[in-house]
Design a protein around this ligand. Structure first.
Ligand code: UFG
Length: 338
């Protein structure tokens, strides 16, 4: 298939490019590089030996998107593009709603006008809000989100569900990601956050490489086995393979399916820190601080639906995730910046 990846230079998308190309698909990327670097695509080309056609454009720009669809014929689109920092979304909610909703609406209009009606969307476990019970199943009622970023994902899911009701030719897969970490095992592509990382693993790797002094563990009084927050960490390469499976699924069905992409296993913050230290033989000094607002005790997936519909399940271990995150960080201490 010829597949368009919006936001294709980002962390999850660049790993998905590799897996799609290695599975024999062609990819085209559109990215405005607000939170990514074209260098990631150059490295995908280096890993795969394939050339990637890319466009620098904003998905909200309808003229630009029309041109891209006029110049190419796509079998499917994976919509990764979007703003994604939870804390920032609380400070500048309008920008999050405008960007994430507009880009999706524009994309769907252009797709419909060009007769391309297969879409895989990057949603998030954030739509489950504060879980009443774990593991989380796709059919559980979502009470509401804890931040504007989460609401944008929630609203887009709803928009796409409505679209499929109105036009049954569409095939939409809403992928709810849990916590992607790790990197490609080549060490050539990985997560490259700008500024001080918000998420746990990039924070740990920057402490280990000496860019940050210590990790602050946000609370040790949660209702979990060691008091620190529990999450479902998934290797980004497993997650990328989930997208290949989702494209194949979308190609042979119509309708809309919500699918969790997680491992089904929860690890605490201290489980991750200890595994990282053990696997990589590095120091990660930490202090325990107060809870971070909006954080929940435990969040992990029931991954059974992905297995059933997509024939996919996560295969990599926590050790793989820690080793690959460190290989990327230690061989690229400043990310893609040369
Ligand atoms: N944590 C720390 N110290 C840090 C950073 C994180 O202790 O410096 C803890 C958090 O309190 C939490 C865990 O590490 O217990 C994971 O935190 P992350 O920020 O890495 O991830 P979250 O689970 O908060 O959020 C992630 C994504 C969101 C997504 C959500 C889905 O960042 O985009 O998973 O559940 F919405």
């Amino acid at each position: 298939m010829n597949i368009l990846l919006t936001g294709g230079a980002g962390f999850i998308a660049s790993h998905t490019c590799v897996e799609l190309l290695e599975a024999g698909h062609q990819v085209v990327v559109v990215d405005n590089y607000v939170n990514s670097q074209p260098e990631s695509l150059r490295r995908v080309e280096e890993i795969t030996g394939c050339k990637i056609k890319s466009y620098e454009a904003d998905v909200c720009d309808k003229d630009a998107m029309n041109r891209i669809f006029d110049e190419n014929t796509f079998d499917a689109v994976i919509h990764f593009a979007g703003l994604k920092a939870v804390g920032e979304s609380v400070s500048i909610p309008l920008r999050y709603y405008r960007n994430n909703l507009d880009s999706t609406l524009t994309l769907c209009e252009v797709m419909a006008e060009h007769g391309c009606k297969r879409l895989v969307f990057s949603s998030s476990a954030t739509v489950y809000g504060e879980p009443e019970e774990v593991p989380l199943r796709e059919d559980m009622f979502c009470k509401g989100c804890t931040n504007p970023y989460g609401w944008t994902k929630y609203m887009i899911e709803k928009i796409l569900q409505d679209l499929v009701v109105a036009d049954p030719e569409w095939s939409v897969v809403l992928l709810r990601y849990f916590n992607p970490i790790g990197a490609h095992e080549s060490g050539r592509i990985g997560e490259d956050p700008s500024g001080i990382p918000n998420n746990l693993m990039p924070y740990i790797t920057e402490v280990a490489v000496g860019k940050l002094d210590h990790l602050t563990v946000y609370g040790d009084d949660y209702d979990t086995h060691d008091g620190t927050g529990v999450r479902d960490y998934i290797h980004v390469v497993d997650l990328a393979k989930g997208h290949v499976a989702a494209c194949n699924y979308a190609a042979k069905t119509t309708g809309c399916e919500i699918i969790n992409l997680g491992t089904g296993t929860g690890y605490s913050v201290l489980d991750i820190v200890h595994a990282f230290v053990r696997v990589n033989h590095v120091n990660v000094p930490y202090v325990v601080g107060p809870r971070r607002p909006g954080d929940v005790d435990a969040c992990f997936a029931d991954p059974a639906k992905a297995q059933k519909l997509l024939g996919w399940r996560a295969e990599k271990t926590l050790e793989d995730m820690c080793r690959d995150s460190w290989r990327w960080q230690s061989s690229n201490p400043n990310g893609y910046e040369k």
